[in-house]
Design a protein around this ligand. Structure first.
Ligand SMILES: Nc1ncnc2c1ncn2[C@@H]1O[C@H](COP(=O)(O)OP(=O)(O)OP(=O)(O)O)[C@@H](O)[C@H]1O
Ligand SMILES: O=P(O)(O)OC[C@H]1O[C@H](OP(=O)(O)OP(=O)(O)O)[C@H](O)[C@@H]1O
Ligand SMILES: O=C(O)c1cccnc1
Length: 464
């Protein structure tokens, strides 16, 4: 499926037609943010930016999109407008791969209201999913430490989501993927082992391993649990490893895919070492996630590579990231959405988000939100408790929202997925450990500038 401008919800177009008729020059600012950290964790990893920018640069309605929309009662003048539709707006965003937190803008769209409205669905679709999966991947990376991570999720992903899941997983810290198409398009290392079917297709396991090693001498990984891991798979793999040595080759690894992975890894390591095969690595897979890998690591299992599928690419157990897109300014006037639930009251205005960084270059634990026109901030106030104030003092202030698209054109050359992943890891290293633990992580604070809070409070009173 090619993404065109029709990659949207119908109501965006229904609203767009009315904007076209009543306020065609309306100028809007929308915030993208999410409300809750995924996985009850302490942070998120922002991903999907480069993809959405590429989509926006080329966004248009095809003639078949227009023909389809004709059946939905859109009138001629609006359909003619859609024929030449392009996104010409500005986008300000956190860097892709950055560590992000709830209820503060991660990205802002500033554009003609028709354009800003039509792109909402696609933008949320791309950013919510990739941010969810990159966050999951970073949690898995956090516990896997120096072990390598292989994304095996293609077959279990929500259909074409696998493509973006693979990219997001790489941003979050996965080293390679089994997904050939995504690997090729995003220049992500591609790797893989073998399936049980291959071994089952032979009358005996040893011959299966021999043939596989013969035709795949480099990075050959033998799956050793089809019949009996320690009594059959491992001895047969050792036989083949020795035959490979005789040909001047090396078996790369064996894969464990069932049973007690820690116990089997320890036994396998011992037996391989005793056979002088210290270089043969151990891959483990089977319904892994960050909790199982953490436990396996605590058991000191000598696993070099973890293969992770379902739990990674589906973002289990969270079905989705709750990212939203809210109007904050129209024709230069601040706009608000009220809610019974204080946290859901939106923050008006085009804004800036400053990250506080201490003199050790670590994140201080709070982001400050200001009007876009404020270039610095010395004191921030809790969004709903005026008694809670923080003097910013000696912290450095990093303005997170930077122009990444101006007048519909990207402002920067693309970054490779590997560079985004390295940046993400460096940013995560600046986040203190208490925000990374899985159980009741510290809450990263949010503060408003006095001007922003006063304007927000005024609008709340005005609309009550
Ligand atoms: N040492 C371990 N510590 C913690 N969890 C483990 C350990 N070894 C395996 N697991 C996890 O326990 C679960 C075991 O799954 P399950 O009960 O289906 O067994 P299985 O070995 O997969 O059986 P099958 O032969 O049917 O494949 C998996 O999620 C696996 O990742
Ligand atoms: O994290 P997971 O969702 O478990 O993903 C990885 C699993 O996918 C494959 O199993 P599958 O049974 O599909 O094929 P196989 O014959 O290669 O084992 C692989 O062998 C792993 O067990
Ligand atoms: O390469 C593998 O071992 C692999 C790839 C996809 C799914 N399961 C395993």
């Amino acid at each position: 499926m090619t993404i065109t401008a029709a990659y949207t919800d119908l109501y965006q177009l229904t609203m767009a037609q009315v904007y076209f008729k009543t306020k065609p020059d309306g100028h809007a600012v929308f915030d993208y943010y999410y409300r809750n950290n995924p996985f009850k964790g302490g942070y998120g990893i922002f991903a999907g930016l480069e993809d959405i920018l590429n989509i926006l640069e080329n966004l248009h309605f095809t003639s078949s999109d227009i023909t389809y929309l004709e059946q939905h009662g859109f009138e001629l003048e609006f359909l003619n407008y859609l024929k030449t539709f392009r996104f010409n707006g500005n986008i300000y965003a956190c860097a892709e791969g950055d560590v992000v937190f709830p209820n503060r803008p991660i990205l802002q769209v500033e554009a003609n209201i028709i354009e800003a409205q039509i792109i909402e669905t696609c933008l949320l679709n791309i950013l919510n999913f990739q941010t969810l999966i990159a966050t999951k991947a970073s949690r898995i990376k956090h516990v896997a430490k120096n072990s390598l991570l292989l994304d095996m999720g293609f077959r279990r992903a929500h259909a074409t989501g696998a493509y973006y899941a693979t990219r997001a997983a790489a941003i979050g810290g996965f080293n390679s993927t089994s997904n050939v198409k995504a690997a090729a398009d995003y220049n992500i290392p591609c790797s893989g082992t073998m399936a049980h079917a291959f071994i089952q297709s032979y009358d005996n396991e040893l011959q299966a391993f021999r043939d596989f090693a013969r035709w795949r001498p480099n990075k050959c990984v033998l799956l050793i649990d089809t019949y009996n891991t320690l009594k059959s798979g491992l001895p047969n793999a050792i036989t083949v490893a020795k035959e490979m040595e005789a040909r001047g080759q090396q078996l790369f690894a064996v894969r464990l895919d069932s049973g007690d992975l820690a116990y089997l890894a320890k036994q396998t390591r011992q037996i391989l070492d005793a056979a002088n095969l210290q270089y043969v690595q151990i891959v483990a897979s089977n319904q892994l996630d960050e909790f199982v890998i953490k436990s396996i690591k605590e058991q000191a299992a000598p696993i070099d590579i973890f293969g992770v599928g379902t739990n990674l690419v589906t973002g289990k157990p969270d079905a989705a990231l709750d990212g939203v897109y809210k109007l904050t300014e129209f024709n230069g006037e601040p706009r608000i959405k009220l809610s019974e639930n204080q946290v859901k009251v939106t923050l008006p205005h085009k804004k800036q988000v400053f990250r506080l960084v201490d003199d050790q270059n670590m994140f201080y634990g709070a982001d400050a939100i200001t009007l876009h026109s404020e270039t610095t901030i010395s004191e921030m106030v809790h969004p709903f408790d005026p008694a809670k104030r923080l003097q910013i003092g000696s912290c450095n202030l990093e303005p997170l929202l930077q122009p990444v698209m101006l007048n519909g054109r990207k402002t920067k050359p693309p970054m490779s997925v590997a560079d985004i992943a390295n940046y993400s890891a460096a940013r995560l290293a600046q986040l203190p450990e208490e925000f990374k633990r899985f159980q009741n992580p510290h809450q990263y604070k949010i503060g408003l500038s006095t001007q922003l809070k006063e304007s927000r409070d005024y609008l709340m009173t005005k609309h009550k």
